[in-house]
Write a protein that binds this ligand. Structure first.
Ligand SMILES: Cc1cc2nc3c(=O)[nH]c(=O)nc-3n(C[C@H](O)[C@H](O)[C@H](O)COP(=O)(O)OP(=O)(O)OC[C@H]3O[C@@H](n4cnc5c(N)ncnc54)[C@H](O)[C@@H]3O)c2cc1C
Length: 441
């Protein structure tokens, strides 16, 4: 039995574990990945790959947690939970008095004709290959979707002299920011360091003559056995393709990324109430000021509570870790967290999913690639009365495969017109685990 269990060793979980341990709690930190750091601080696979300044910052956070006495359980996925106990993929369980869920986010992808061809990646997958292994997945890469990660990955590719065919941002960023109540373009600018990072990435792309277009997206991947090109088109303000604007872009790799979706499956499994907040990326837990969920003793921190970036994850991890360790503090929201929440609002206004995402599918586009379910089957289920992703799932098996709907749910929600409606449910195993692991528990 530990005082505090933390799930997720990204910035939120690392910080939560460290402050809880420093406050005197016994703390176990569990992560399904073999290396701590999460997405932002993803560590290189070996010392042969030089660490970037961000990776070096991550290393310091990991060392702080170790020297605070945090017990690391890496390469260990949480697949089930009951009050006071987590079920682990390593064929054992761990007991806790308080739990901090810091499971991060995953990428929202769009389903479009050809998206299941080899050569279509998520931008995050391209970034992981680069950051962790120094591997470049193609020779001419097109990035498309929505969110700053597209710029970050494109700039990294250019730095490594990889030809980038273009960056297509679905949102018209400046126009949308100008409409954002009370913040507008000045709000973008007030983000200081982030605005500078974005401008630096855009300048690097411009120097390399990489086309950077807003209000554009990929509507079809072209190729027979692998990607040979992409049909791109103008998108309207709802991200619906504008007919007659299609053109071919030559590339052998397409990296897709339509911002992020909070990973709430463990929160749902422990019974935390979820609410729909489009600007935060989708379903998020209902939290008190001290980040406690509706389940006493269970806290949430970082992107799983709403997409907000690494800075917000660190600030929330600090608050949740202290609260989970029973450390008394007043209920005032720290200034850093207030600032990060302003960024979260602006990020949501710019990059939250628009209804046109589902319009990128055609009748025979596979929407659920785990179970091979085409859009036509989902449309038939909706026409027959299925009103939620859960109903579509029981009729078509859409979302029933190994990814448990992580990839297809955002598109299915749009096709059913579901959110805000029925929150997603979760049941064990949350991740694929050997049968032995379940039997041993
Ligand atoms: C693919 C991707 C790339 C990104 N790239 C950037 C970037 O370049 N720049 C930037 O500013 N932001 C980036 N972000 C956003 C950034 O990662 C987040 O804002 C920030 O890292 C969130 O921190 P976190 O601690 O909440 O979660 P994360 O850093 O995502 O960490 C969550 C951890 O939880 C673990 N986990 C999840 N479920 C389980 C489970 N059931 N059992 C055990 N462990 C589990 C995961 O393995 C992961 O290590 C990226 C996000 C993603 C998804």
């Amino acid at each position: 039995m530990r005082d505090v269990a933390v799930v997720g060793a990204g910035p939120a979980g690392l910080r939560a574990a460290t402050v809880a341990a420093r406050a005197g709690a016994s703390v176990v930190l569990v992560d399904g990945y073999h290396r701590a750091g999460g997405q932002y601080f993803r560590q290189p696979a070996s010392a042969a790959h030089a660490a970037s300044p961000i990776q070096a910052q991550g290393r310091r956070l990991i060392e702080e947690a170790r020297s605070a006495g945090v017990e690391f359980r890496l390469g260990t996925s949480v697949w089930g939970a009951e009050p006071g106990r987590l079920y682990l993929s390593t064929m054992d369980t761990v007991g806790f008095r308080s739990l901090v869920v810091a499971t991060g986010a995953y990428e929202r992808v769009a389903a479009f004709p050809g998206w299941t061809l080899p050569g279509v990646y998520t931008a995050g997958a391209v970034q992981s290959l680069l950051k962790e292994h120094g591997v470049v997945p193609g020779t001419r890469i097109l990035l498309a979707g929505s969110g700053p990660l597209l710029l970050v990955v494109a700039a990294e590719l250019v730095k490594r002299h990889v030809p980038v065919a273009g960056v297509l941002e679905a949102t018209r960023v400046v126009r949308t920011a100008a409409r954002h109540p009370g913040r507008g373009v000045a709000g973008l600018w007030r983000q200081g360091e982030r605005a500078r990072e974005g401008l630096a990435a855009a300048a690097r792309l411009s120097r390399a003559r990489v086309p950077l277009r807003t209000g554009r997206g990929v509507v079809r991947a072209v190729g027979t056995t692998t990607v040979e090109g992409a049909i791109v088109a103008r998108l309207d303000d709802k991200w619906r393709p504008v007919p007659g604007t299609e053109r071919l872009v030559e590339c052998d790799t397409i990296a897709i990324h339509y911002s992020l979706v909070p990973a709430t499956d463990l929160l749902a499994l422990v019974g935390a109430t979820l609410t729909y907040a489009s600007a935060k990326g989708g379903w998020v837990p209902v939290l008190t000021e001290r980040l406690e969920t509706t389940v006493p003793g269970v806290f949430g921190a970082g992107d799983c509570t709403g997409i907000g970036g690494a800075g917000m994850s660190l600030a929330e991890g600090e608050l949740a870790g202290l609260a989970a360790a029973g450390h008394a503090h007043d209920d005032a929201v720290p200034a850093t967290l207030r600032r990060e929440r302003r960024f979260q609002q602006l990020y949501g206004a710019l990059f939250a999913a628009r209804p046109g995402l589902a319009d990128l599918t055609t009748a025979d586009t596979i929407v659920c690639r785990c179970e091979d379910v085409p859009r036509s089957a989902i449309d038939a289920a909706v026409a027959a009365g299925a009103r939620t992703p859960a109903m579509v799932k029981s009729v078509t098996r859409c979302g029933m495969g190994p990814c448990q709907g992580r990839l297809c749910r955002p598109v299915v929600e749009q096709l059913t017109g579901a959110p805000p409606g029925e929150p997603p449910t979760a049941r064990p195993p949350l991740v694929p685990v050997p049968f032995e692991a379940m039997r041993a528990c």
